[in-house]
Design a protein around this ligand. Structure first.
Ligand SMILES: Cc1cc2nc3c(=O)[nH]c(=O)nc-3n(C[C@H](O)[C@H](O)[C@H](O)COP(=O)(O)OP(=O)(O)OC[C@H]3O[C@@H](n4cnc5c(N)ncnc54)[C@H](O)[C@@H]3O)c2cc1C
Length: 432
């Protein structure tokens, strides 16, 4: 069976569903195709769903500050009816000042230019908010088998910066489902449970995709939002050759540990990014603390196949838990490992690609590098604007200048080009 549309979106994760929503609102006939049977069950489901604003580049900060507003106004943005909605918890994000982030000077400058609120905290203020914290320095991060693991390396953290509007979304898979439902209200269709096995093309233009059940979806525009499988889809389309930025799946383990006795982290904690111990954390349901890695050099990057990787916890889980216990000495580490194993779609410079490709009508929103959940709504708007821009211009030579409506800024969307030089301002980590 063949179905036709104006646009096919490959991937019903949070970014694919947001892209479908924005395109459908413009009156385009959209089909979202996903190999899974429910939206949001790819890497979106494993996301820590932290909505923060501190990025090392100005464009990254602007995009994230814009992105925050959609989560704050989630029901209005979706034009939701009475369906259950993902919840945004605005708990703030505290970022420790370290040598690695150069005291956050650049991050504060970026935020100040955008009137994005932040406040500087001294050590006393940090300990007032987080009495369970020990501010000794431990950098550089070490593996557990290093004999000096856990020994302070001298001095103490000198302060931090709080971004009070940051927060997290309680159920990221549900947020993708909310977006897909919103897209359907504007006429989008979902074809779920069948893998895209080929990208159809004719005379230098995309014409659709083939699916694992033998059917085809036909459209003059196809957008690759396949998350950690993005490189495979780009290879199917034959568009890898002119890309300077590569995307590949990177395995991650996320730890859930109980709050230490006497402190309810779920109620009173916040997001903390702590490059001194190469971790970030946030409150997690059930009075737990969720602990993710900031990928220090001593941890080998686990590049994997997105369709076949180890979904069990390894000693990486214990390493992250023990690293966090350096900062929270009263932390109890249970013998039963709980948390998440999932994949980033990491790009060469840890900045996403939102772009067209060398194949006419074929676009990509990929390389999200563990840090683009927060930007899904604005990334969806950007992809819809790119599709429209390409109808009368060539984004490669005449890049789209894109409005960020909430914050009243404009960005040059060429920043996210697949052909950009590697961005040396990046942190080259999940921090973007
Ligand atoms: C552990 C972890 C923690 C993270 N924490 C944060 C965070 O705190 N804050 C933040 O901003 N970002 C975070 N991220 C990143 C964020 O979650 C992702 O950038 C975002 O969810 C990507 O959404 P997506 O729609 O692009 O991809 P996905 O959700 O992966 O969706 C891609 C979809 O494509 C489908 N697909 C793939 N191949 C095919 C095919 N051949 N045929 C049909 N369908 C296909 C998949 O089934 C999947 O549903 C984190 C990511 C991980 C893994």
């Amino acid at each position: 069976m063949t179905r036709t549309a104006d646009v096919i979106v490959i991937g019903a994760g949070v970014i694919g569903a947001a892209t479908a929503f924005e395109l459908a609102k413009e009156g385009r006939r959209v089909i979202v195709a996903d190999r899974l049977t429910q939206a949001g069950h790819g890497s979106t489901a494993g996301s820590c769903a932290i909505i923060r604003m501190h990025y090392s580049t100005f464009d990254g900060t602007a995009f994230a500050w814009e992105g925050y507003h959609y989560w704050r106004d989630w029901a209005d943005y979706l034009e939701a009816r009475d369906e259950p909605l993902a919840q945004f918890k605005e708990v703030g994000c505290l970022v420790m000042k370290t040598a690695m982030n150069e005291g956050l000077v650049k991050h504060m400058e970026n935020s100040a230019k955008l009137s994005c609120p932040f406040e500087e905290w001294d050590p006393a203020r940090i300990c007032e908010a987080l009495p369970i914290y020990n501010l000794d320095r431990f950098a550089p991060a070490k593996r557990l088998d290093d004999p000096s693991f856990g020994e302070p390396t001298g001095g103490a953290l000198e302060g931090a910066v709080l971004w009070p509007n940051a927060g997290y979304v309680t159920d990221p898979a549900l947020s993708a489902q909310n977006l897909l439902e919103a897209a359907k209200r504007w006429g989008a269709e979902a074809v779920l449970g069948h893998e895209v096995t080929g990208v159809l093309q004719n005379a230098g233009r995309v014409t659709g995709v083939s699916l694992s059940d033998g059917s085809e979806l036909h459209a003059p525009v196809v957008i690759n939002v396949a998350g950690p499988a993005s490189a495979k889809i780009n290879a199917m389309a034959g568009v890898l050759d002119d890309m300077t930025i590569e995307t590949k799946p990177l395995r991650q383990e996320v730890v859930h540990v109980p709050s230490p006795a006497g402190f309810d982290f779920e109620a009173n904690g916040m997001i903390v990014s702590d490059s001194d111990i190469s971790l970030y954390c946030r409150p997690e349901h059930g009075n737990n603390i969720l602990v993710g890695s900031e990928d220090p050099e001593c941890d080998t990057h686990q590049w994997v196949n997105d369709a076949a990787y180890d979904e069990n916890f390894t000693d990486q889980w214990t390493t992250q838990a023990q690293r966090y216990a350096q900062r929270v000495p009263s932390l109890g580490i249970p013998s039963r490992m709980k948390g998440v194993v999932d994949l980033y779609d990491a790009s060469t410079d840890w900045i996403p690609i939102y772009d067209k490709s060398s194949l006419g009508g074929f676009f990509m929103a990929c390389g999200t590098s563990g840090n683009q959940y927060k930007n899904a709504p604005i990334a969806g708007k950007l992809m819809a604007a790119l599709v429209a821009h390409e109808e009368s211009a060539d984004h490669d030579t005449d890049p789209l200048v894109f409005d960020l409506p909430y914050i009243g800024e404009k960005v040059n969307a060429g920043f996210y080009s697949r052909k950009r030089p590697i961005n040396e301002e990046s942190s080259f980590s999940v921090l973007g």
